[in-house]
Design a protein around this ligand. Structure first.
Ligand SMILES: Nc1ncnc2c1ncn2[C@@H]1O[C@H](COP(=O)(O)OP(=O)(O)OP(=O)(O)O)[C@@H](O)[C@H]1O
Ligand SMILES: N[C@@H](CCO)C(=O)O
Length: 316
């Protein structure tokens, strides 16, 4: 974080001072993990970085990497829009902003790009406000506040929680508040992402879900979700069974036939594979030598062997 002359620690200033800047790094996330629909998520060591600087006037958005040439470069840009809204809500708009977005997280592939964008924007806005001496809400840490606000903006917390906290997260809402716990993944688990060329909007994938499901399918999935917590943290040999579910992947298969076909082929080999988020990427919770099996079976797919991100969003 770069403090500009005129920013006073602990004392409010009339407007964000020109020259104030913040750098943010945020991980990709894979939501659901099979049976943990809208609740479980995993942070992965694939990151977007964001620099936000207060300038005398205007809005300049520069994008490198994923999204360059496709996302809008004005107030409609998801990160810019969110930073501007957060500052306006606090009653302290900046005279002008310059954003530099360096993106490694592919968009529209079920890797939490929109959650990463929102989390990085909320973290940047809160960091700028804090550096300018703007009073913070009482209660909770800065990270708690970023999670609460990002989950509110996203609508569900399963990507926002691991993007903020890192690791394997279980998130839920109670009495209108977002809650999340973070667990450590067993060190034998070596995630592999299989990323196709085509995108699938989350909104389209959600429209494919049925209004209701049979009680037997709910019971099956609840049991597997419990097992998955044990398998992912302590017993990875159970991951193939623990990642089975009956709530969403088969229902969405018509929108991603290549994904469904590869998933079936990997399952036949006994691999613990799930659709990542709303798809169409796949996540394999592989162990050791299984990574090579995945790479061979998924020839032609972009294959990313990634560590778990254990830190979550970072700013400074
Ligand atoms: N870093 C970013 N900067 C600007 N816009 C972004 C960024 N990331 C995502 N978006 C916007 O969000 C859209 C993708 O959102 P969507 O929710 O469909 O997919 P996702 O977040 O990649 O996947 P999922 O939520 O299933 O993990 C992009 O097409 C783009 O409009
Ligand atoms: N749980 C969400 C993740 C995508 O944001 C879904 O599968 O629709």
């Amino acid at each position: 974080m770069t403090a500009a002359p005129g920013a006073r620690a602990g004392g409010a200033v009339a407007a964000l001072p020109v020259g104030l800047a913040v750098d943010v790094t945020v991980p990709a996330t894979s939501a659901n993990l099979g049976p943990g629909f809208d609740a479980f998520g995993l942070a992965l060591a694939l990151h977007d970085t964001l620099r936000v600087e207060v300038v005398p006037a205007g809005l300049e958005v520069l994008v490198e990497g994923e999204g360059a040439g496709t996302v809008p470069l004005d107030e409609r840009h998801l990160v810019a829009r969110t930073v501007l809204a957060e500052l306006a809500a606090a009653g302290m708009p900046a005279p002008g902003l310059k954003l530099l977005c360096r993106n490694d997280i592919p968009h529209g592939r079920g890797l939490g790009s929109s959650a990463a964008a929102v989390v990085s924007a909320v973290a940047a806005a809160q960091a700028l406000l804090a550096a300018a001496g703007f009073p913070q809400d009482a209660g909770g840490t800065a990270r708690d506040r970023v999670l609460a606000e990002a989950a509110r903006l996203e609508g569900h917390p399963d990507n926002a929680a691991p993007a903020v906290l890192g690791g394997f997260t279980l998130a839920w809402c109670t009495a209108g508040a977002v809650r999340a716990v973070r667990l450590d993944v067993h060190p034998d688990v070596r995630p592999v992402l299989l990323v196709p060329q085509e995108e699938l909007a989350t909104s389209r994938a959600r429209a494919l879900l049925p209004e209701t499901i049979p009680h037997t399918d709910a019971a099956f999935t609840a049991g597997r979700a419990g097992l998955l917590v044990h398998a992912l943290t302590a017993a990875p040999h159970l991951l193939a069974e623990a990642t089975e579910e009956r709530l969403h992947q088969a229902q969405r298969a018509p929108a991603m036939p290549a994904t469904a076909a590869l998933m079936a082929a990997l399952r036949e080999r006994g691999l613990p594979v799930v659709v990542s988020g709303a798809g169409p990427s796949l996540l394999v919770l592989a162990r050791g030598a299984e990574r090579a099996v995945v790479a061979e079976a998924a020839a032609g797919w972009r294959c990313l062997q990634l560590d778990v991100d254990t830190a979550g969003v970072q700013w400074g």
